[in-house]
Design a protein around this ligand. Structure first.
Ligand code: 13P
Length: 342
């Protein structure tokens, strides 16, 4: 492992003004997204859609530091035969790869999940590296509900995250460590804080036990946020303040950056929360975005599967990337949303 190089990639992933495009939806998830815009989820349509994003030159070169790809995409070629990975590299962004294989029920823990994909990972990683991937992602899912999460689910998922992260670093790939506490349900922001704190503390303990170099990784957490169905959901200032407090209590300063997931927040909420945290300032790590839905919902709608809408889709993507790029520096303003300056 060359830690200096891992650290260089990690820092580039969270460079101020830039963040990560999570375009790594599994075939099942992208089908759901396409169903919502009445587009059939064929291999060609998935390629056309992602090609549209990766060819949005302004967004990709100015506001996007890296792109998380799904296995299908990393091997795909654009319509003119250029590998999609090359499009990303040509724009100056870093290709990354989702390497987990989704979740399965965790035995003994009704209603809870464990992320799969460790078997065979040491063989897959060098192939992804050769194909251009310089970072990877693994998502663990923790649900809040009656009597859950259990310690068993938190601990088992933290262990798997650390196993994955150590294997990535051995293969000279920066791991994005993503323990996601879901915002489904009606729990309060304080319950989310409490569960996330436990999850992050367990995760960093496992990373330590398994000798993961913190300087060569990125954390991708949820924010401290009210459940989607909660009454009296916390406002922007409270989310920002509690999330910063939570992270300061759990994330060592040696971690170069934290790139949030959007997790079902609206586009503008996700931007406003990130912006408010960066306005608090004085943080030991760079705080940015690694959004899937909050970057792609608008372009998906504008595109709607029609070749004639590619420019509109790219414009919608550029706008969201621009807004989140500003938020990563604490320079976003709500009135920029209506200007669609991009
Ligand atoms: P969302 O921003 O849509 O939550 O997706 C980010 C991600 O990569 C989830 O694993």
């Amino acid at each position: 492992m060359n830690l200096a190089d891992l650290n260089k990639v990690a820092r580039a992933m969270v460079a101020p003004g830039k963040g990560i495009l999570a375009a790594d939806e599994s075939s099942g998830t992208i089908k759901k997204r396409f169903d919502a815009i009445n587009v059939e989820s064929t291999e060609d349509n998935r390629r056309d859609y992602r090609e549209m994003l990766f060819r949005a030159r302004d967004a990709m070169s100015e506001y996007i530091s890296g792109v998380i790809l799904y296995d299908e995409t990393i091997w795909q070629k654009a319509k003119d035969g250029t590998p999609l990975v090359k499009l990303i590299e040509q724009a100056g962004a870093i290709p990354g790869i989702k390497v987990d294989e989704g979740t399965k029920p965790l035995p003994g823990c009704p209603g809870e999940l464990i992320t799969m994909g460790l078997d065979g990972l040491p063989t897959r990683l060098p192939k992804y590296y050769e194909q251009g991937a310089r970072f990877a992602k693994w998502r663990a899912v923790i649900d809040i509900g009656a009597g859950i999460p259990s310690y068993a689910a938190i601990r088992t998922n933290a262990h798997a995250l650390a196993r994955y992260a150590a294997l990535c670093q051995a293969a000279q790939i920066v791991p994005i460590v993503e323990p996601e506490v879901l915002m489904d349900g009606d729990h309060s922001i304080d319950r989310c804080f409490e569960v996330t704190e436990f999850v992050l503390k367990e995760t960093f303990q496992e990373l330590y036990y398994q000798k993961v170099a913190l300087e060569g990784m990125i954390l991708k957490p949820n924010m401290a946020i009210s459940g989607k169905k909660a009454k009296d959901r916390a406002g922007v200032a409270e989310v920002a303040e509690k999330t910063v407090k939570l992270l300061k209590e759990c994330v060592p300063a040696a971690v170069p950056g934290i790139a949030f997931l959007s997790g079902g927040q609206s586009d503008e909420e996700a931007t406003a929360h990130l912006d408010a945290m960066n306005r608090i300032g004085n943080l030991p790590w760079n705080l940015t975005f690694s959004y899937g839905r909050a970057l792609q919902a608008a372009p998906q709608k504008a595109w709607s599967g029609k070749a004639g809408n590619v420019a509109a889709g790219q414009q919608a993507f550029t706008h969201r990337a621009h807004m989140n790029g500003l938020a990563s520096k604490g320079e976003w303003k709500a009135d920029l949303e209506s200007k669609k300056a991009a």
